[in-house]
Design a protein around this ligand. Sequence first.
Ligand code: NCD
Length: 304
Amino acid sequence: MRHLLSILDLSVEEIDQLIATAEDILANPDDYREKCKYKKLATLFFEPSTRTRLSFESAMLSLGGSVLGFSSASSSSSSKGESVSDTIRVVSNYSDIIAMRHPKEGAPLVATFRSEVPVINAGDGGHNHPTQTLADLLTIKRKFGRLNNLTIGLCGDLKFGRTVHSLIQAMSRYTGIKFVLISPDELKLPDYIKKDVLDKFGMEYVETKSLEEAMPSLDVLYMTRVQQERFFNEDDYVRLKDSYILNLAKLSNAKKDMIILHPLPRVNEISVDVDDDPRACYFEQVKNGRLIRMALILKLLGIN
Ligand code: NCD
């Protein structure tokens, strides 16, 4: 039985296969309508979500399966003090596969110890978010036709942004990748990711505070929300929340074929005037997220 806790649980070849399946689903959706007939997906969301939960549910429904679950800790027995371990032990009796989001780093790992069905990490605290990364990779691949030889700027909350952590892990396995890490000092990429990922894979990277200076070199600009819910101190959040606001004027020195990604939800970090620029791809990421989650569900359930 396979789980997906980290993007590194998948080999590069498996990621290529998931991308190929997602593209086939887009081209031939009718071929997939009944692939998961009688299969059930449980979505256990102990933390808020719009896209991730609904795209998992839409993915399973599009495969002919059904869904059950909860969308907040307060509507589950976790509010009575039940452990993740017990919740999972129970829910794995009711479902064939589980997608789980939790505010604590490592909670999905704990879930795998007791689950009788595959568990997918749909975001654990400030740690990882591998299925958002699959959506990001599919978007980059569909735009550039490749996942190598790219300069990728990651901008905003690199400390708490789990989508950033997973994307860096994923891209570190491709060749010719350069990272430009754009953040205020307080929100820099954690040292453990520099050591365990960037240094380990020998990646080229620079850190800067200036989005303007980084802009001309970038092929991909990955904007992120400052993660309010992970701050200990409201004053710090208020001081840092508008560190970067991308608008059309700031794109004037960007490459014409650069793409702008954002896992969403956005707050202020991308002004709405950017939405109609052809480089804005964040709503395409949403579309791709459902397709790649369909491919992932099929893979983990062993359905061809
Ligand atoms: C992200 C998350 O939950 O980490 N959202 C998402 O899943 N698309 C990003 C965020 O909340 O800022």
